[in-house]
Design a protein around this ligand. Structure first.
Ligand code: COI
Length: 354
């Protein structure tokens, strides 16, 4: 079968459990792996016959709804390799549910939670050799749901495809765990009320790269978006949610429809509460954020990234001393990653062992 052909042609490392790869060089770049999962559904809205196939390009009609009208969703989750060789998925049910909510918004049928979980498990296990050794990174899992059917007018596609591919990753930002530098954006907005800012639709990411490029050209790591009505309340960063720490209170913008309901966001809120912090989900002004003790971002890709500075209207505010992460950010990062990596007992039941 295609399955065994691929397994034998992949590089031989002597250690059959792991591919021969320079794990120390991992960043957040695409690395082709062995298999991806594909499952299609036609107009009846029922997904069937999902299968693992060799990783590679897929064929799409140029009139596919996803290519013309952006009818598509993505998800992101991680798998970590434990010392004992087992693999831990972090809160995959949450991704399955979020994809279903997004699908509803975009008039797409979606895989059931069970189908989603099965697809993720199969894809990770088929690419097990690509799960980085403990401490060297993790396997980023990218489920996608796209309107693959051809259509000319603006309407839901007649067919859909669910895809899962995986990629070994290290740190998202180029300076690893060092605090990031954010540039506040006032001209462009990420999302508007009634729009799609609260689902993981692909278009949300196409629209942020222009301001992101501008910020990077000025030496910043990424863009901080403000609300589109007052240009005053903090929303989120291109690919992650934002939090501030002031004394014993940790605050993050309330989910009012323009903000992505991050799974890391939700997890960090729970962890902070368990650690005795007061957590508030509310509107936060940019001025308040600039006056915080610490600021950090959360996301599956960025994990928990401390913010070293925020620039707003030519004024640069720095957090912490000597570009070091604040103590609360460090404490939350440690607590969060310990659960993800299976270093502590998972009292929340967040991980799924493969
Ligand atoms: C994630 O955090 O997994 C994301 O989806 C962000 C991604 C756009 C890089």
């Amino acid at each position: 079968s295609r399955f065994s052909v691929r397994m034998t042609t992949a590089h031989n490392t002597g250690t059959p459990d792991l591919v021969d790869f320079n794990w120390d060089a991992l960043g957040f770049q695409l690395v082709p792996t062995d298999f991806m999962y594909l499952m299609r559904c036609s107009s009846d809205g029922v997904f069937t016959n999902g299968e693992l196939v060799p990783y590679g390009p897929i064929e799409l009609n140029p009139a596919a709804a996803v290519l013309n009208y952006g009818q598509g969703l993505l998800e992101g989750l991680r798998a970590h390799r434990k010392e004992d060789g087992s693999i831990l998925l972090f809160r995959p049910h949450e991704n399955a549910l979020r994809m279903r909510i997004g699908a509803d918004r975009l008039c797409m049928p979606a895989p059931s939670v069970e189908q989603f979980l099965e697809a993720v498990k199969l894809t990770v296990l088929a690419n097990k050799r690509w799960v980085p050794p403990t401490g060297k990174g993790s396997l980023y899992i990218r489920p996608q749901l796209i309107g693959s059917g051809a259509i000319l007018g603006v309407a839901p596609a007649p067919q859909y495809t669910f895809i899962v591919f995986v990629c070994p990753v290290g740190h998202y930002f180029k300076d690893g765990l060092s605090p990031i530098s954010l540039l506040t954006e006032e001209e462009y907005h990420r999302a508007a009320p009634g729009g799609t800012g609260d689902i993981k639709t692909i278009g949300n990411y196409a629209s942020v790269v222009s301001a992101q490029r501008r910020a990077k050209e000025k030496g910043h790591s990424d863009v901080l978006y403000l609300d589109p009505i007052h240009n005053k309340f903090v929303e989120e960063v291109s690919s992650c949610n934002i939090f501030m720490v002031k004394g014993n209170v940790i605050s993050t913008p309330l989910l009012t429809g323009t903000i992505l309901p991050g799974i890391t966001r939700k997890s960090v809120i729970g962890i902070a509460q368990n650690l005795g912090f007061q957590v508030e989900e509310r509107n936060i002004t940019i001025d308040e954020l600039l006056g915080a003790d610490e600021v950090f971002c959360t996301g599956t890709a960025v994990v928990l990234s401390p913010v070293g500075s925020i620039t707003y209207r030519e004024r640069k505010v720095e957090y912490g001393k000597n570009q070091e992460a604040g103590v609360v950010s460090q404490q939350l990062y440690a607590a969060f990653t310990a659960i993800q990596k299976g270093l502590v007992e998972d009292s929340m039941g967040w991980t799924l062992q493969l």
